[in-house]
Design a protein around this ligand. Sequence first.
Ligand code: SAM
Length: 332
Amino acid sequence: MGNLNSELFAAIDSVASGADEHALAASVQELMGKYRSRVDPEDLVLASDTDVAAYAAYRLPATFTAARSAFETAAASIPDLAPATHLDVGGGMGAAVWAASDAWPSLRSTTVLEQSAPAIALGRRIARRSTAPAVSGSEWRRFRLTGAVPDGPRVDLATMSYVLNELTPRVQEEVVRSLARRAGTVVLIEPGTPEGYARVIAARRQLAEEGLTVAAPCPHGEACPIAPGEDWCHFSERLNRSGVQRRLKFGTLGFEDEKFSFVAATSAPVARPANRVLRHPHKRKGLVSLNLCTTPPGVEERVVSKRQGETYRAARKAEWGDAWPPPEGTGR
Ligand SMILES: C[S@@+](CC[C@H](N)C(=O)[O-])C[C@H]1O[C@@H](n2cnc3c(N)ncnc32)[C@H](O)[C@@H]1O
C-alpha cells in the first residue's frame, strides 16, 4: 500500500488547483462562518460542487489528521482489533475513510452514509486515487440521518467524524446508540471545543450504556473526572498548510493546530494506559510537569525531576495525548 497521507493530500491539491480560486475562497469564508457556530440541522451546508471543493481544500486535511490521530490512539488501546468492515456516517469527502485505512490496514470494505450528493461525488472521485482497498473500493450511499442508522449487516468498526454538531440532540443519541448495536468498535470525533467535548461525553455514556467498553482516550471506563464547565478533554495535531490552503484561509502561517475531542468504545478486550497526558507538558530546566488523566479517575499535575533519571528522560519526550508512562518498546 502507498502512503495514504500523501495520496490524499495530492488528490486534494488536484481538486483545489482545478477549481476557480476566487469562488473557493468565497465559499471557504462562508463555510468557516457556519462551522464557527452551531450548524442548523435543517441546513445542507455542503450544497454545491464549489462548497465541497472548498471543504476538501481547507478542512479535509485537518479532519483527516484529527481522525487518524484518534484512530491510532484507539488502535493502541484495542490491540486485538483488526477490522475488516467499516461504516462511516456523515462521511463528507471521506476524511475518516482514509484515516481508518491508515490506522487499520486490515480494512477491506467501507460503506459511507452521507446526505450531500456533491460530497459523495467528490468523495468517490478522491477515493479512487487510493491504493488502499477499503478506500478505493468504498461504497457511498446517499442517506439523510433522522434517527438511528439504517439496519444492515454488523460491522467491525463504525466512525463519525465532525458530524454530531450537525444533528439535533435526539438524533445524536439515536445514531450513537444504533452504532453501538451495529458495530464491534465505535469511534466518534468532534471539534476540540467545550461544546464538542460535551457531545463526546454524552455519547461516551450512551456507548457504555449500550454495553461497550470505553477504550480511548480515557485510562478508565468510569465517569470523566473533568469538572463540567471548568475544563474540557481535547487533543491537538499540527499539520502543514499547502500553498492553496494558506491562500484560501488568508493565513500566513505554514501550519495549523487542529483541536479535537474523541471517544472510542469497543466490545473487544482493551489495554488502556495507566494515565494520559492532557496538555502540552511544561518543560523547564531539570523539571517536566505533566497534566494527567489518571487511574483511579482523577486529573493531576505530576512533576518529574532530573533526579528521576529514566523517567525524566521519558517525560522530556512526552507529548499531549501520549500514554503515561510510555508503553514499553516505544522509545519514549
Ligand atoms: C463537518 S462535515 C464532516 C465530514 C467528514 N466526516 C469529515 O470529518 O471531514 C459534516 C458532514 O455530515 C453530513 N451530515 C450532516 N447531517 C447529516 C444527516 N442528517 N445525515 C447525513 N449526513 C449528514 C454533512 O453533509 C457533512 O458531509
